[in-house]
Design a protein around this ligand. Structure first.
Ligand code: S3P
Length: 442
């Protein structure tokens, strides 16, 4: 039911029970589209997430001359062939590329077009045009790329590519897989070794996937490098389920009495499963089992069950990158746990699709939970047995992860809640509500 952009989320009619799969991983899907577009030949892809963000990447590579022939499979994912521009390079697009809400599309695209003799204007929606881009433009400028207007730190920006990029050895000021990927993609065409070192390890899909396309990359703990020049070649990519989407089902199962679920075929890349380790430390009934590898990406099963004795814990800054997108939903779990939970060094949350740090503190305040930020740290004083007042409405701030995070409060509580702009879920998990319906045991 929707009224004035407010969607009512009713409490689950019973515990979550049984097995399911979640849609394809968003990070891997973006990379599959972009890397295949850069490659020589036709890459077969399957399991690709069908969501607004991934559609932004598909639209972008089409504008640059790649041929994308994907159709919807029975499970709702996209599959088919992508024929890249290969050695001849991308074509000059006839207008700006609008990346919508997708920071990953915009930032990775800068690295994709940087080594070519083209000018590409990149823009986005009202959220994306406020997000910081200097983190990408600064290292790419060191490699010889220009941006117009000079000195501008947000979109719209025009990338002025250059065929003679120099390799760099870059010490990144923050842990960001988007930054790392943009530099490595530009580095594919620079002569020599391009290296990015981060304060703590960010997701490593790029380093794991590029060798499948024939690139000479190495992946260390906090370091990634590529030896250029190198032309990517078509391969086959199968995308496992998205652990970030799975985290909503997992946290709901942990909070909802009687629940017991298994999520199959989900990425178990350790750079993405920090939320599982945090939930374990909080005393949740949760387990993972690797059942296979898609290329170098581990996938398998996450099992989670109702956990009545949750306790707060402290998450150190160096673990944050492995659960950065899950902090808001983990904060909702922490709100139900005994004692204080501290997330150290979560300043990056301020520059996501919305200011997620401020939003979490606001909503926890709205439900009567004591939560505050001090510098870049987030503190939550949990309340076991927390009950919500009727009539609460939460604002998603048009941010997909916040729409889903606030929904967990309604689904796992005993009164309905309203979510403003719930539609934002289409960015990463369009089937979010249906997925819960499927698992409810009446
Ligand atoms: C992503 C990296 C992370 C993450 C985002 C997806 C990626 O962003 O929050 O949802 O696919 O590379 P940062 O690179 O800004 O940390």
């Amino acid at each position: 039911m929707s009224e004035n952009d407010i969607t009512i989320i009713e409490p689950l009619r019973g515990p979550l029970d049984g097995s399911c799969r979640v849609p394809g991983d968003k990070s891997i899907s973006h990379r599959a589209i972009l890397f295949s577009a850069m490659a020589e030949g036709t890459t077969r892809v399957s399991g690709v997430l069908d969501s607004n963000d991934v559609r932004s990447s598909i639209q972008a590579v089409r504008q640059l001359g790649a041929e994308v022939n994907l159709t919807k499979a029975i499970d709702g994912s996209l599959e088919g062939g992508i024929t890249g521009w290969g050695a001849k390079g991308p074509s000059q697009p006839d207008g700006p590329i609008d990346c919508g809400n997708s920071g990953t599309t915009a930032r990775l695209l800068m690295g994709v077009v940087a080594p070519w003799d083209i000018r590409v204007t990149i823009t986005g929606d009202e959220s994306l045009v406020t997000r910081p881009m200097r983190r990408i433009t600064a290292p790419l400028m060191k490699m010889g790329v220009n941006f117009e207007p000079a000195g501008r730190e947000t979109l719209p920006l025009t990338v002025v590519g250059d065929r003679n990029l120099h390799p760099i050895d870059y010490d990144a000021p923050m842990s960001s897989a988007q930054l790392k990927t943009a530099v490595i993609l530009a580095g594919l065409y620079a002569k020599g070794t391009t290296t990015v070192t981060e304060p703590s390890p960010s997701r490593n899909h790029t380093e794991l996937m590029l060798p499948e396309y024939g690139a000479d990359t190495t992946a260390g703990y906090r370091t990634a490098s590529v030896n250029g020049p190198c032309q990517l070649k078509a391969c086959e990519v199968s995308v496992p389920g998205d652990p970030s989407s799975a985290s909503f089902l997992v946290c709901a199962a942990v909070l909802k009495r009687g629940s017991n679920i298994q999520i199959e075929n989900v990425s178990l890349n350790p750079a993405r499963t920090g939320f599982v380790r945090t939930l374990e430390r909080m005393g949740a009934n949760i387990d993972t089992r690797i059942t296979g590898y898609a290329g170098k990406e581990a996938y398998g099963i996450i099992s989670a069950a109702y956990s009545p004795n949750l306790a707060g814990c402290e998450i150190p800054a160096q673990h944050i990158a492995s659960e950065i997108d899950e902090i808001p939903v983990l904060a909702m779990v922490a709100a139900h746990a005994r004692g204080i939970t501290v997330f150290r060094g979560v300043g990056e949350l301020k520059v996501k699709e919305s200011n997620r740090l401020a939003a979490v503190v606001d909503v926890l305040g709205q439900i009567g939970v004591d939560a505050w930020d001090e510098g870049d740290d987030l503190f939550i004083q949990g309340q076991p047995g927390l009950r919500l007042e009727p009539g609460l409405v939460f604002d998603s701030r048009k941010d997909h992860r916040l729409a889903m995070t606030w929904s967990i409060l309604g689904l796992c509580g005993s009164v309905p809640v309203g979510i403003r702009d719930f539609d934002a879920v289409k960015v990463s998990f369009p089937t979010f509500r249906a997925q819960f319906e499927e698992l409810v045991k009446e």
